[in-house]
Design a binder for this molecule. Structure first.
Ligand SMILES: NC(=O)N[C@@H](CC(=O)O)C(=O)O
Ligand SMILES: [Zn+2]
Ligand SMILES: [Zn+2]
Length: 444
């Protein structure tokens, strides 16, 4: 089992080139030419070294929906995509609304060893939107929950939302809102507009998202709390966030890779791989989201990796589940949609997909490459270009909207706590990774 790794000739996000020496899970040297030898040397000529990616919005599905994904398979998908930390959404069964459930998810993540798993706690009991969950108990549990969300559902009751914001502000927690007015979207199947009329599918209007965001930024201002908005999907939502930030409101926002690349036109195929919540929108929305990522109005890119088994997707549009897998394709999509269009650089990628989500989620020390820091590193080949295929999916579910699309860039190596979880493009075997993780957890 190699304990030291020397990465040679990598390009850092700043554009500088240099070596990275890792020993016992820690970055010992960074930049320049190392004179050291190591148990394993990785030639990173032409590869970009990014701080390990951090996903603030992942559905790992365990406990309860293990036919879709487990903590093990979901973190294997994460590693394949260059992620070294994921925040696991609370819409499990039982719901992650108690210290017991979040500690279970946290422990499963530690055992698997592919990525740091930080559970997100439900805002309301059973995601039912009626009573607050055991927020304090989850925050003070071993799982150290800082992010709370009813994702999949909107916290619609204004008073409950206010109370939740007040509660988490006592320990610098954050509420991540899935902004969807339930009354305005009953039975909704796709973006509301000319195309939904043409296709005869019930529409999900932009205002159902924008009105909740507008209310919640005002609530966050009123109580002085921190608010995060999940998966922004419309040009109007961008305007509301821009207004809120200009006013000094403590709000952060995320966009998903799929909302940054795909439009509602794909729904014409009636292929339920394109069915997602919030729905794919118009070209104008995609452009507004891209501009908002480029100018900092949108703080992070998060995958909303939402695995579903084939029987939930290979059926009629109306009865299919909402959601797409996204961990494995996130970085190539970001490169394709934002880097190659000249909107952002690799230093921005490091911020949007690592440093900023780590900061929002309270993941201390993560999201940067620095001497003395934990060796969570992604080595990415930006020159690769390939057709995204089933072989690129490392999780349990295959519901990717990017299959058969040509995407730029490919993740070659992922290091978590200084050991390899992806080696030359292949996910390292579960028993090998678990053994590394056990040694790391004991402090080597
Ligand atoms: N995004 C989705 O379409 N689905 C998510 C829930 C969610 O993120 O709202 C899921 O859990 O399947
Ligand atoms: Zn959601
Ligand atoms: Zn989600």
């Amino acid at each position: 089992m190699s304990e030291s790794v020397l990465v040679t000739g990598a390009t850092l996000p700043s554009g500088d080139r240099g070596d990275i020496l890792i020993a016992d899970g820690i970055i010992r040297e960074l930049g320049g030419l190392s004179s050291q030898t190591a148990d394993r040397t990785i030639d990173a000529e032409g590869l970009i070294a990014l701080p390990g990616l951090v996903d603030l919005h992942t559905h790992l599905r365990e406990p309860g929906f293990e036919q879709s994904e487990t903590v093990l398979t979901g973190t294997q998908a994460a590693a394949a995509g260059g992620f070294t930390a994921v925040f696991a959404m609370a819409n499990t069964l039982p719901v992650s609304d108690t210290a017991g459930v979040v500690e279970q998810v946290y422990s499963l993540g530690k055992q698997a060893g592919y990525a740091t798993v930080r559970p997100i706690g439900a805002v309301t009991r059973g995601l039912e939107g009626e009573q607050l969950s055991e927020i304090g108990a989850m925050a003070h549990s071993r799982a150290q929950v800082r992010v709370f969300s009813d994702d999949g559902k909107c916290v619609h009751d204004s008073l409950l939302m206010r109370r939740a914001l007040e509660y988490v502000s006592t320990f610098d927690g954050v509420i991540a809102q899935h902004a969807q007015d339930p009354r305005l979207t009953e039975g909704a199947q796709m973006n509301e507009g000319a195309l939904s009329s043409e296709l005869g599918l019930k529409g999900w209007p932009a205002v159902a998202e924008e009105s909740i965001i507008a209310r919640d930024v005002l609530l966050a201002e009123h109580v002085g709390a921190r608010l995060h908005i999940c998966h922004l999907s419309t040009a109007g939502s961008v305007e509301v966030i821009r207004w809120a930030k200009a006013r000094g409101i403590n709000v952060t926002a995320e966009a998903t890779p799929h909302h940054l690349l795909l439009t509602e036109d794909l729904v014409r195929s009636y292929d339920a791989r394109y069915k997602v919540n919030p729905p794919l929108r118009r070209d104008e929305d995609v452009h507004a989201l891209r501009a908002a990522v480029a100018d900092g109005t949108i703080d992070i890119i998060a995958t909303d990796h939402a695995p579903h088994p084939s029987e939930a997707k290979e059926c009629e549009w109306d009865s299919a589940a909402f959601g797409m897998v996204g961990l494995e394709s996130a970085l190539p999509v970001v490169q394709t949609a934002l880097v190659e269009t000249g909107l952002i650089g690799w230093d921005d990628v490091a911020r949007l997909l690592s440093k900023a989500p780590a900061t929002i989620g309270g993941l201390a020390g993560a999201g940067e490459l620095r001497v003395g820091g934990v060796a969570d590193i992604t080595l990415h080949d930006p020159a690769a270009s390939s057709v995204f295929g089933l072989g690129d999916l490392a999780g349990k579910s295959l519901n990717s909207p990017f299959l058969d699309m040509t995407l730029s860039g490919s993740i070659r190596y992922t290091l978590h706590n200084g050991y390899l979880t992806v080696d030359d493009g292949a996910v390292v075997a579960a028993d090998t990774v678990a053994a590394y993780a056990a040694r790391f957890n004991e402090g080597f």
